[in-house]
Design a protein around this ligand. Sequence first.
Ligand code: NAD
Ligand code: DAU
Length: 363
Amino acid sequence: MSETNGPRFRRLLVTGGAGFIGSCFVRDTLARRDGTTIIVLDKLTYAGNRANLAPVEADPEQAARLRFVVGDIADHAVVGPLAAEVDAVVNFAAESHVDRSILDPDAFLRTDVAGVHVLLEACRAEQERASRGERDAAPRFLQVSTDEVYGSVDTGESREDDRLEPRSPYSAAKAGGELLARSYFVTYGLDVVVTRGSNTYGPYHHPEKLIPLFITNAIDDQQLPLYGDGLQRRDWLHVADHAGAIGHVLERGASGQIYNVPGNNERANRDVVTALLAQLGKPWSLVRQVQDRPGHDRRYAMDDSKLVALGWTNKVSFEDGLAATIAWYRDNQDWWRSIKSGEWDAYYRRQYGARLAGSTEAR
Ligand code: NAD
Ligand code: DAU
């Protein structure tokens, strides 16, 4: 964003804006009060939640700059007219949980690959309109991707031009989506940028994922299902930093480029669990060692030099971010208790029933 002229892209289509990271992007962007308007397109799957945008809806000035459309990114009829109204599309919409991709891959292919294709086609149609003088430049398309496309990284750090070796249906679908996006840059000259973020945590994170699952289970003195030896390593990125970096790349990233967005907070899972139990004042005896995730990636780590060269630095340390996240889950129990009902029970039984029944005490 230029200091004097405000943001380069003032009218945004934010897909998946009712999810964890997308809603943070929407809240933080509208809270800048710089005139940016946002259309959120979200299918409101089990992971989407309008309550994630409650702070915006409670503020009349921000609410006036938000339009919420319930719909599917894979639906041409919905997406086309929305793309005609905006300067940029920021695609957060995805099926995002690795364990669910192992149980049921279909929706991952539909949304994370075919849905991206529909969004790209809508941008291409706008490019054609622009070439006929019917609008200004075609929308910029930012694809939110993941470090998981690199696959498991035993040592060192992945760089943007490393080969992709995704190993789960989720990461393979995400790789498909971003490769398709880049192909539209190469083939059609569409203005495309891609971000690859690392493991994100913070408020409004669906309780299916490690940190919120373990915080909310521990608050209720429920067992914590740690996969395998718990020595898998993840690089934790606070959601405000992830959303901020995406906004930064949207404004300043070079067309056709990919940017890693690491957290630079690599931890073994069991160390994360130790830290959160200590802060909650709960015992390690809640932790159960359960059957591992099939094909479980051992480690992710990314090099950040390209993003740093673009002028971005993260602001939230893991210690501060985790403490604030735990406080948020303690203070917002209505939010997660309403999610941990309905569909949740069937999912939890399917994912963890046999695992917990066959579990052992975790050392
Ligand atoms: P999330 O599961 O919390 O939210 C996904 C959102 O997309 C939900 O609101 C859901 O309703 C919506 N959605 C799903 N399918 C849709 C469809 N077909 N049409 C329209 N909306 C649809 O996910 P998240 O954790 O916020 O992740 C957002 C993006 O960031 C995803 O693309 C994910 O792959 C990527 N990412 C996530 C992380 C992480 O650690 N959470 C890290 C790196 C990248
Ligand atoms: O790395 C970025 C990715 O991070 C994103 O692309 C994904 O959308 C996001 O879900 C996340 O994927 P992970 O699989 O790394 O996150 P998850 O929270 O599911 O798991 C984190 C680690 O904790 C992983 O090693 C598996 C382990 N785990 C997870 C759960 C849910 C457990 O040991 N027990 C669990 O119950």
